[in-house]
Design a protein around this ligand. Structure first.
Ligand SMILES: NC(=O)c1ccc[n+]([C@@H]2O[C@H](COP(=O)([O-])OP(=O)(O)OC[C@H]3O[C@@H](n4cnc5c(N)ncnc54)[C@H](OP(=O)(O)O)[C@@H]3O)[C@@H](O)[C@H]2O)c1
Length: 238
């Protein structure tokens, strides 16, 4: 089995409510399966349940090379959406193109708002930055666009232009998986089992694992994550 944890992942044994268990998908190793439940539940709940993403729509995934981002690109592509990403290096953007992204923006050298507006705007944005990207995100959305904020790497406070929201009929939601009650986590896990696991088992979505390090090297894993040298997930093994 693999599981969506409530917390406490740096352990050999964990206890989780039964509704948070998932079978290891066929064709995926037990180690690589550790890379899946959290990102699959985050991506499915926010793109489908909260964001209402449908085939033919354009979705912007900020941090396309992240653990969450690499999964979101593959899942949105599998849904039939047009996928745009931001990342801070050409290497990560190339990885995102391999995973299915059609529009790639290097946020260090390009303005994502200009690129998205030239492409007709995004119907949905999956955002990990929060405050620092709020204005640019609202400007990048098409009419009826939805902004779903799942991280606050750019701070938790910003001024909001409500006029822009009125005119374009925009919505903004912010969510965390961790704060959802067990019942909601179980609903998400069963949605993932039904709608996402088959895509993993047929190979349409692959776990993106940057490296696996021994639990003794957890500090090194954190250094890699802080330097942002990784694409996808960093795993800790025994
Ligand atoms: N709400 C939830 O339920 C939930 C669940 C899971 C994760 N999260 C959050 O989602 C975020 C990503 O998690 P993760 O595990 O996938 O992290 P991660 O793999 O460490 O990724 C962080 C990414 O942020 C990118 N980034 C940094 N500055 C950026 C900018 N200005 N514009 C665009 N991208 C930028 C980095 O890319 P570059 O190297 O290219 O800069 C890196 O790929 C975190 O904030 C995490 O807390 C939320």
């Amino acid at each position: 089995m693999c599981a969506l944890l409530t917390g406490g992942g740096y352990a050999e044994r964990v206890a989780v409510p039964v509704g948070q268990l998932l079978p290891v998908p066929r064709g995926v190793s037990l180690t690589d399966a550790a890379a899946l439940p959290e990102v699959a539940c985050t991506v499915w709940s926010n793109l489908v349940m909260v964001g209402g993403l449908r085939a033919g729509q354009t979705v912007l995934v900020h941090g396309g090379g992240s653990g969450v981002g690499t999964f979101a690109v593959q899942f949105a592509k599998a849904l039939g959406a047009r996928v745009a990403v931001t990342a801070g290096s050409e290497e990560k953007l190339a990885r995102c193109r391999d995973l299915g992204a059609e529009i790639t923006v290097n946020y260090r050298t390009q303005d994502f708002t200009e690129v998205l507006r030239a492409e007709g705007g995004a119907d949905l944005i999956l955002d990990i930055m929060g405050g620092s990207y709020l204005e640019g995100n609202l400007r990048s959305l098409a009419t009826n666009g939805r902004l779903v904020i799942i991280g606050l790497m750019g701070g938790g406070a910003a001024e909001i232009d409500l006029g822009r929201m009125l005119v374009k009929r925009l919505s903004v939601q912010a969510t965390t998986l961790r704060s959802r009650p067990a019942q909601e986590k179980a609903t998400i896990v069963s949605g993932v089992l039904e709608q996402v696991w088959p895509l993993v088992e047929e190979g349409t979505i692959r776990p993106v694992v940057d490296r696996a390090l021994s639990i003794e090297d957890a500090a090194e894993a954190h250094r890699v994550m802080e330097s942002s040298a990784h694409t996808g997930k960093i795993l800790l093994t025994r």
